[in-house]
Design a protein. Structure first.
Length: 157
């Protein structure tokens, strides 16, 4: 079982998009029983809230429904429960490394961009303060990276 957790700041934009896109591609390949996919945020501001309406709309353009997801904050237990924890940007990555060090967890932590084939892609930009076009751009980046991530995970199995 591939246990994968996507992390962003508030768990209402980038990480639910990543959770939704990877789950969509897993379902398309009929690999549902091989993956446990979730998302969380490093902050607690939006716990229990649905993804940003712009993220929901951007995902829907790809046929992906993330409207039922609810924001949650990462916990120390997550660092043991998930084998792979994927950060959307370097700030999230630093927070995750600190949490892992404090819990002595054995999970692997990486940036989503490590799975991307897009040149120059390091951080997934936070679209929160932008307009809908920013959400569309982020959705495209995340979808592409999740396709590459799935291929990498299938090859590693």
């Amino acid at each position: 079982m591939n246990n994968i957790l996507f992390i962003c700041l508030g768990n209402i934009c980038r990480s639910p998009l990543a959770e939704g896109f990877l789950q969509y591609h897993v379902n398309q390949r009929k690999l549902e029983g091989s993956f446990n996919i979730d998302s969380a945020g490093t902050g607690n501001w939006h716990i229990g809230k649905p993804p940003d309406r712009r993220a929901i709309r951007a995902a829907a353009e790809y046929g992906v429904d993330i409207s039922k997801l609810r924001a949650r904050q990462i916990t120390p237990k997550d660092m043991d429960s998930f084998a792979l924890v994927i950060a959307m940007d370097r700030n999230n990555l630093s927070d995750l490394q600190l949490l892992r060090n404090n819990t002595n967890a054995g999970c692997q932590i990486e940036l989503l961009s490590e799975s991307s084939l897009e040149p120059g892609f390091i951080d997934v930009p936070d679209p929160w303060y932008g307009d809908y076009k920013d959400f569309q751009s982020v959705a495209r980046q995340i979808d592409s990276a999740c396709c590459s991530l799935l291929e990498k995970l299938i090859q590693d199995d």
